[in-house]
Design a protein. Sequence first.
Length: 228
Amino acid sequence: MRVLILTGAGISAESGVPTFRDADGLWEGHSFEEVATPEAFARDPDTVQRFYDARRAALAGVEPNPAHQALARLEEALGEDLLIVTQNVDDLHERAGSTRVLHMHGALTSALCGSCEQRHPWAEPLLHRPSCPGCGQAALRPDVVWFGELPYEMERVFEVLERTDLFVAIGTSGAVYPAAGFVRIAVTYGARTLELNLERTESSEYFDSARQGPASELVPAWVEEMLS
Ligand code: APR
């Protein structure tokens, strides 16, 4: 069985990584417009760099939770028949042991050069304008896909969606496209679909089945079902 898993901020919430759409509509005290658009970066690069530097530094203080770990166990069983497409920019899937992970919204563990457009593994702050290891320009920015930019590797995701047997969305509000549209594409190509989320979402109605609860409980339980 070929399985495609889409994950969002909810899978990392119990590890202590804040989700995006909190009750006050702010993301760690900022609106999206202040920190997650190319316009914001052009207008006030220091605020944007500081924001993502803090998020990158915070990765050192969080650990994968049982949901990430369960997906790594599923990969051990399914191998190449499993692909995780994550909207998350944290590295908790990899640290849990998953290797087949595609970061469609980029990663905090890399930097993108605004000059030569190369991506480089990165662990340090960017605020002090370090030089790009590729071209030497002081043009590095967070390797994060902002609103108005194209997500990474969409062609590959759409190819996999066409031939997947089971599509599972975990911990995502289904509010941001193109990821929010994956379930309908999967259905069109004949996949079964399952949503695992703390609460019902605006996409729940498109899934064959939607289970509500914390990811740290729902995901290991579902993986056990898959493995048994
Ligand atoms: N277990 C399961 N689900 C949870 C948990 C939990 N412990 N905690 C929260 N959730 C759910 C919330 O109910 C919500 O539906 O996770 C979802 C998180 O939604 P968002 O904060 O909108 O995150 P996400 O869907 O990943 O956002 C998509 O939006 O801002 C952009 O680029 C950013 O990748 C992000 C994209």
